[in-house]
Design a protein. Structure first.
Length: 195
């Protein structure tokens, strides 16, 4: 099935433990602030991350998803911070179901494990984006970083063609850079970005 010693549900649970406090820490007055993800402000990126977490639950169950719609979970009213926490719990549960990591899923027919790793990457990298944008401290789940870096190194050429990653950012001291800084740079982010 996979050469990793951790299941996707374990990895997603670890990443969620680090992402949920970031989303809870976003102030209402920060929603229009810029993020390191240039096409999104804080509101847009939070909505996107909630959408990712919901859609990848469906992918775990081998169901089709629609990323073309742009939902506004924040604008719907209700407690979107609590919803994000609940949806990440549901994501972990979805990927722990028997067979979730097996076979292919999604409209592109990609290996399920690869798609689960994409969700893991979004949960890890976008949590950093949101933390940086809102002045919060963020340390990623160590368990997740190496896994996402290995996966994203393989996916990067396709992700750049599809516009999901920007061009890789050169690191000033690549030899001593942390795996997380290398991951951020790989996805087109400057690890030293500040608002």
């Amino acid at each position: 099935m996979t050469n990793t010693s951790h299941t996707l549900s374990e990895l997603l649970e670890a990443a969620a433990e680090h992402a949920v406090p970031v989303v809870r820490g976003i102030g209402d007055g920060q929603l229009d602030d810029p993020t390191p993800c240039a096409e999104y402000d804080v509101r847009g990126l939070t909505n996107h991350l909630i959408q990712v977490v919901i859609n990848f639950q469906a992918m775990a169950a081998k169901q089709d998803t629609d990323f073309s719609a742009i939902p506004d979970y924040i604008g719907e009213g209700g407690d979107w911070r609590a919803r994000f926490a609940a949806e990440t719990d549901a994501l972990v549960t979805a990927w722990s179901a028997p067979g979730a990591e097996e076979g292919t899923t999604g409209s592109m027919g990609m290996p399920a494990r690869t798609l689960g790793e994409m969700a893991l990457g979004d949960l890890t990298v976008h949590a950093w984006d949101l933390a940086r944008a809102t002045g919060q401290e963020f340390a990623p789940a160590p368990l997740a970083v190496g896994e996402v870096l290995r996966s994203f190194e393989k996916l990067a050429p396709m992700a750049r063609k599809m516009g999901a990653f920007g061009e890789e950012v050169p690191l000033a001291d690549a030899a001593s850079a942390s795996d997380f800084d290398r991951l951020l740079a790989l996805t087109g982010r400057d690890p030293s970005w500040r608002p």
